[in-house]
Design a binder for this molecule. Structure first.
Ligand code: MRU
Length: 364
């Protein structure tokens, strides 16, 4: 996608040295666009944990390059397995991280150590290229949904609500939830996006709003609690969110607060769709509420807020009383019965075991 006319992916190998890995430091957005150069696996793990790099598909791609950088240092069996385990443990909820590490090790284990580095770069690039292509396909498949809503209200704006950031910053390119919106906007449809701020880390207010603004997509940031009210008053035609893990029966794990949006959408007959590539489906898990590990992040993410002061300085301030404990579960699970449909690179399907298996027969 483009930032100020320049095309970027969200992760890439340095074209000059040919080996180090570049990402945008997402903790600095929307205040400044800073590129980070990662040169070893420890830096990649830190970037994933601190959420300099984030979003399920993108942490999968970062993990693939993290393992590649580890192999550059030591390609032995023992070192590779140790690094793979450390990188896979960086964050627990998004399945793409484990999926990418499994794919890399399956490719590299049979090779002699001396042959691993070249193959690791090729495989990490293949993961990135596939993610970008799959997300564009999600965009094309989801475009039809937006077109059919637009056809029912000619000349009017289609209002779409999204939660967290599931745009190109959260993937290698295009995004999942935002890909259909970019496609619709580029096709000339009148779309407007309600952007949930997404406390505590404000991925909506900081990242989704920034992305949409850079692409020229009309949008409005709302408090996380405003969505239900807007739905009751007919101001939301469609909800599209991304996901960190979908179970084989179609339960959807995503950023904390998604479940409440799904309940409100269900109560108001607003279609609730989820954009995802096949790499986000965990075929080993059925019941998302009971089986998906939910990351508990530091309480300081909740007790403080970071922003730009009027004098331009970036400040972090405390917003709760010093003595109040805080809990910070980072994800929740929306049961399949609340999901209208899953928008994948292979088409749109109901959130059910049978329909997912029909779309991905080789994986189930
Ligand atoms: O904690 P984050 O910011 O990594 O969480 C990201 C999300 O929950 C996204 O909605 C999800 O990864 C989908 S990304 C296309």
């Amino acid at each position: 996608m483009k930032v100020d006319g320049i095309s970027y992916r969200s992760i890439w190998v340095d074209p000059i040295d040919g080996w180090s890995v570049h990402i945008f430091d997402q903790t600095k957005l929307p205040w400044s666009l800073e590129i980070l150069r990662l040169t070893d696996a420890a830096q990649v793990i830190h970037a994933i944990r601190s959420m300099q790099v984030r979003g399920a598909p993108l942490i999968g791609a970062a993990a693939a390059y993290g393992l590649t950088l580890a192999i550059k240092r030591d390609a032995s069996d023992e070192a590779m397995e140790q690094s793979a385990a450390q990188i896979a443990a960086a964050r627990p909820t998004a399945i793409n991280l484990r999926w990418a590490i499994d794919r890399m090790t399956a490719k590299l284990r049979p090779l002699a150590p001396a042959d691993r580095l070249r193959e690791a770069y090729l495989e990490a690039l293949a993961i990135c290229d596939e993610d970008a292509a799959q997300n564009e396909a999600i965009g094309n498949n989801g475009l039809g949904l937006i077109q059919s809503i637009a056809a029912k209200k000619p000349g009017e704006v289609v209002n779409i609500l999204t939660h967290c950031n599931a745009g190109w910053l959260a993937t290698v390119d295009w995004g999942t939830a935002l890909a259909p919106i970019y496609k619709a906007h580029d096709a000339g449809l009148r779309v407007h996006v309600w952007v949930d701020e997404t406390r505590p880390r404000n991925q909506g207010a900081a990242l989704t709003a920034w992305e949409l603004g850079k692409h020229g997509v009309p949008h409005t940031v709302i408090a996380d609690n405003a969505g239900g009210h807007l739905m009751q008053h007919g101001q939301v035609d469609l909800v599209i969110v991304g996901t960190d893990r979908v179970t084989r029966q179609g339960d959807v794990c995503n950023k904390i607060g998604t479940y409440l949006k799904a309940l409100a959408a269900f109560d108001n007959n607003v279609p609730f769709y989820v954009g995802l590539p096949g790499s986000t489906i965990d075929w080993k898990v059925r019941d998302g509420v009971r089986e998906i590990p939910i990351e508990e992040r530091p309480a300081t993410e909740l007790t403080t807020v970071t922003g730009r002061a009027m004098d331009g300085a970036i400040l972090t301030v405390r917003v709760t009383p010093g003595g109040s404990p805080a809990a910070n579960p980072a994800f929740d699970v929306t049961p399949a019965r609340l999901v209208t449909g899953l928008i994948t690179e292979r088409g749109i399907c109901a959130a059910s075991e049978a329909t997912l298996a029909a779309l991905f027969p080789e994986r189930c």
